[in-house]
Design a protein around this ligand. Structure first.
Ligand code: ATP
Ligand code: MG
Length: 392
């Protein structure tokens, strides 16, 4: 049997909500590792997972992608007495590659009567006696030998593996992510999951002006986000008619603004239907004409729901760097047009007037076009098993 010790992230500061946060983290981890017959024990300040050693890599990969974990370690268990601790430390340390080390022991149970500082020295000299060409470095060691002494069992672990931090996904309710095939929105999705939101995603398409390749790209981006989340829904909204009406009837400078007002309206309705509390999108201040502060006002005023914009204040290069880290970048740059790029006007308005938006919108029967789009939504479950082949 192998054991992993998990240290919580920021949730430790959450007072009364703490139990709920821990339970959510437990549920999220369990869902991903149940198939490995792992057993999880939760405590106030940590969790232990016991599992068969053959699944170690799989379980480590899950934990690396789970929000709400500050750090985790593979731990070795031994009896609480000086000899067995020293022997276990030596046995495991021999499997490691290092030149310098530091012993850090903690007595979680004070009935072990050697004080920690003194015990550090006992263990260190045992190591030095038995492994050659190494030395102690208390400031910057290659390896930390952590020893956690409990009443009956002692846990030994070396350098910790970093978790993603953040809050457990789902601990703070659900948002609806406006997911396009671009670089920004998957990053916005990742960052909102990090804050403990569960997300569903919504994608607007205008077949045949947009292609099924573009849809496939969005599904693949959604699948990348699944690594950090449990299964979720992707709502594919057909907006061909709406977009064609805008194209035919509305001054080209206002087309994008109006299209985005429609996307917001539809997203809000879908969010309410599926119990999402906020919208999330990849808008970044100043990036394009529809993302000036005036544009944001003109677009946002159509709805009555908070919009979270996790990358609003990031530079494009900062967004790209996150996209590369989470493996969405290479998918995002595939060259399939989305529904905004095919009708792009030469001179989109930078400072749209709300009155003008309303005036233009009165030329089309947008309420019924919106209802029509919503009643033709395809709901795709993003799960690990799904093949999506019928959709592409
Ligand atoms: P890029 O990364 O190239 O900027 P983008 O997807 O961010 O692409 P923008 O035109 O900047 O494209 O759109 C701003 C935001 O609006 C997107 O991040 C996304 O949240 C939302 N959005 C745009 N187009 C769509 C779409 N077809 N379906 C769903 N959401 C969309
Ligand atoms: Mg963008």
């Amino acid at each position: 049997m192998s054991i992993i010790l998990i240290k919580y992230g920021e949730l430790t500061t959450k007072g009364d909500n703490r139990r709920m946060f821990i339970n959510t983290l437990y549920k999220n981890i369990m869902e991903k590792i149940r198939r490995y017959n792992a057993v999880i024990t939760k405590e106030h300040s940590r969790m232990y997972i016991e599992f068969d050693k053959e699944y170690e890599n799989e379980i480590i990969n899950v934990l690396k992608n789970t929000f709400g974990i500050h750090a985790f370690n593979i731990v070795y268990k031994t009896e609480t007495n000086s000899d067995s601790i020293c022997n276990k430390v030596l046995e495991k340390l021999k499997e490691e590659n290092f030149k310098t080390f530091k012993v850090v022991s903690k007595r979680r149970d004070k009935s072990f009567n050697t004080p920690s500082m003194e015990f550090n020295k006992v263990v260190a000299s045992h190591i030095l006696k038995n492994i050659s060409d190494i030395k102690v470095d208390v400031h910057n060691p290659d390896i930390y030998v952590n020893i956690e002494i409990n009443k009956t069992d002692t846990y030994i672990y070396f350098n910790e593996l970093k978790g993603l931090g953040g809050y457990p996904v789902g601990a703070l309710g659900k948002g609806l992510l406006m997911l396009s095939g671009g670089i920004d929105s998957p990053v916005a999705g990742f960052l909102s999951l990090k804050r403990g939101m569960k997300i569903d995603a919504i994608y607007f398409e205008a077949l045949p002006h947009t292609s099924l390749n573009a849809r496939e790209k969005v599904i693949n981006l959604a699948k990348e986000l699944l690594k950090y989340s449990s299964e979720f829904n992707l709502y594919i909204v057909p907006i061909t008619k709406l977009q064609e009406e805008i194209y035919k009837n509305i001054d080209s400078t206002y087309m994008i603004t109006i299209l985005r007002r429609m996307m917001y309206r539809i997203s809000e309705k879908v969010a309410k239907k599926y119990k999402a509390l906020v919208l999330v999108n990849g808008e970044s201040i100043g990036q394009v004409a529809s993302q000036t502060l005036t544009s944001m006002n003109a677009i946002n005023e159509t709805i009555d729901m908070p919009v979270i914009r996790p990358v609003a204040c990031f530079d494009k290069l900062e967004i790209i760097s996150i996209a590369k880290n989470i493996n969405t970048y290479d998918i995002s740059i595939l060259p399939y047009e989305d529904c905004c790029t095919i009708f792009v006007p030469k001179h989109p308005v930078i400072n749209p007037k709300i009155d003008k938006c309303r005036e233009y919108e009165s030329k089309i029967d947008y309420e019924s076009l919106i209802n029509d789009a919503i009643s033709n939504i395809k709901v795709v479950k993003i799960t690990e098993e799904n093949e999506f082949s019928g959709l592409l």
